[in-house]
Ligand binder design. Structure first.
Ligand SMILES: CC(C)(COP(=O)(O)OP(=O)(O)OC[C@H]1O[C@@H](n2cnc3c(N)ncnc32)[C@H](O)[C@@H]1OP(=O)(O)O)[C@@H](O)C(=O)NCCC(=O)NCCS
Length: 146
């Protein structure tokens, strides 16, 4: 990360990290669906530790769950101080990406085959986040129309 990525505190700007998370999540979703995709939402973005200018940052994305046209992609961000070594897990993000057909309408995506225990855990947790998100939406809608 370079000087153009800095905020006024001298760390890497949170928005820069979010933008890169969005980009890698989009690529993972394109790879899974073989369609173009849009970001429907960012369900969570956690900042555990600041990232410093000069650190080498790695973004790792995985499709955690696939529904009809949407997918949850998890992104893990690791920062490495290249001279001293040592890698720190700095951020985690969960984004919902929706596949689109050539007319720009939501398109069905292939099912996800969760094989390992880690993949099955990620899928379970993605299902929980989706359930909670939809339950929150329903509760807020009920409250507004009450
Ligand atoms: C995302 C978008 C395509 C959904 O369109 P829509 O008319 O609501 O379509 P649908 O109701 O058929 O929903 C399609 C899927 O999106 C999901 N979705 C819609 N809004 C969502 C939201 N806010 N958060 C998470 N998922 C959402 C639905 O759950 C559905 O998933 P499923 O088919 O797997 O069950 C549309 O809202 C859109 O184009 N938004 C703007 C996207 C954008 O500009 N992103 C930034 C630049 S990439």
């Amino acid at each position: 990360m370079g000087l153009v990525d800095a905020n006024s505190a001298g760390y890497v700007h949170g928005g820069t990290v979010m933008k890169l998370c969005d980009e890698v999540a989009g690529l993972a979703a394109v790879r899974h669906s073989r369609c173009r995709v849009v970001t429907a939402g960012m369900d969570r973005m956690t900042f555990m530790e600041p990232i410093h200018i000069g650190e080498l940052v790695t973004f790792t994305a995985s499709v955690n769950a696939a529904w009809r046209t949407s997918m949850e992609v998890g992104v893990r961000v690791d920062a490495e101080q290249p001279r001293e070594g040592g890698v720190r897990h700095t951020n985690t993000a969960y984004l919902t990406m929706v596949a689109l057909d050539d007319e720009g309408r939501p398109a069905e995506v292939p099912p996800l085959l969760a094989e390992s225990e880690v993949e099955r855990r990620r899928e379970r947790e993605a299902q929980t986040r989706r359930r909670n998100r939809l339950a929150e939406r329903d509760e807020l809608q009920r409250d507004r129309s009450a």
